[in-house]
Write a protein that binds this ligand. Structure first.
Ligand SMILES: *Cc1c(COP(=O)(O)O)cnc(C)c1O
Length: 342
């Protein structure tokens, strides 16, 4: 017996495709790949990867080998950003993805396990994962079947001198390694212009409707929209309050809908009193605190809405992030498991 979920995540596949196409165009002569780690930023990695492959995307990035294995049935070209632990060698030898080697130890491990096509991350200043530029210059990568040399920008969503510094260091490795291709830019990096594109770009956030730099907004469409069912409609008399800690008091008698959605679903508590549902372009505000599993919406403007009806939330990522102070990345990847996705 299937029990229909009282909340669903609408995923606009056309918008997802359109965003990839826009990012591919903005990547100029470079090829555009896709970061689909963290379950496709919370949307569903398989569905996302299928859709993007249909749009023409050929290079996919995940964080770990379990994520790569989940995509294996699709037969795509997948790179595993977090490299090759001893525990990963068996998975890596199975051949459904290639490692992004991040340390000299991982390079040795890959060679000793039989080698083959791989990627390498070189650290140009973020000091997260990657081998050093000096080691690369000294020949650490010589003899590898190196498909793509990657580096990662620390501040691509800001206009700061660090971007040009990282770009210059990375560019200085051109033709100095056996790499067939070079790749630097995430979503925001694409917006920094053609010097940052190299051969392959790796957007994540912007594919899913996030806007990493304001100047990219015009090219990107919203992809996700949480929807939830009205569990109860009630009239709250003037002077009464709604929700935990009674943070909202009705100034006049107010029609309120209680929706099956809360912070345990990723609808963040920081949107208390700030978020809204959208009906026919009209914003219906969230009243009071977001609870774990419920929110209250002012539906005075929509007398026809009743128990069992569905409401779509405003989930424009840039706007919701500005309102709540929660990053667009967290707003996406935090969307929970109780949603029916589709
Ligand atoms: C997550 C990630 C990306 C994608 O970044 P966005 O900011 O989401 O576009 C690209 N490269 C690496 C190494 C990453 O970890």
């Amino acid at each position: 017996m299937e029990i229909p979920a009282p909340l669903r995540l609408r995923i606009d596949r056309d918008a997802l495709m359109s965003n990839w196409q826009a990012l591919d165009r903005l990547s100029g002569a470079a090829t555009c790949g896709a970061a689909v780690k963290a379950n496709g930023y919370g949307l569903g990695a398989i569905q996302v990867a299928e859709t993007l492959a249909g749009a023409g995307c050929r290079d996919f990035f995940v964080a770990n080998w379990a994520e790569a294995r989940a995509l294996a049935p699709l037969g795509l070209t997948v790179s595993v950003l977090h490299g090759l632990r001893a525990e990963d060698v068996a998975a890596a030898r199975a051949g459904f993805a290639r490692p992004v080697l991040n340390t000299p130890e991982q390079i040795v491990r890959w060679r000793e396990s039989g080698g083959g096509p791989c990627d390498v991350m070189v650290d140009t200043g973020i000091n997260r994962l990657g081998v050093s530029v000096e080691a690369v210059r000294e020949g650490l990568l010589d003899g590898l079947m190196l498909e793509t040399l990657l580096s990662h920008l620390a501040c691509a969503d800001e206009d700061v001198p660090m971007n040009a510094r990282q770009q210059a260091v990375f560019a200085s490795l051109k033709h100095r390694t056996p790499a067939r291709r070079m790749s630097l830019a995430n979503s925001a990096g694409i917006g920094l212009g053609k010097d940052y594109h190299f051969d392959l770009t790796r957007p994540g956030l912007a594919l899913y409707g996030g806007v990493p730099r304001a100047d990219m907004a015009a090219h990107l469409r919203s992809v996700v929209r949480p929807e939830a069912q009205i569990l109860q409609r009630r009239m709250v008399p003037a002077g009464e309050t709604v929700g935990y800690n009674a943070t909202w008091t009705a100034p006049a008698s107010t029609e309120v809908a209680i929706l099956n959605l809360g912070y345990a679903d990723g609808y963040r508590r920081a949107l208390s009193g700030l978020g809204a549902a959208i009906v026919d372009g009209v914003a219906l505000p969230v009243l009071g605190r977001v609870s774990m599993d419920l929110i209250a919406i002012d539906v005075s403007a929509r007398p026809g809405l009743a128990e069992g009806d569905w409401l779509a939330m405003d989930y424009d990522l840039a706007r919701a992030s500005a309102l709540s102070g929660v990053s667009q990345y967290e707003l996406l990847t935090g969307l929970g498991q109780r949603f029916a996705r589709g």
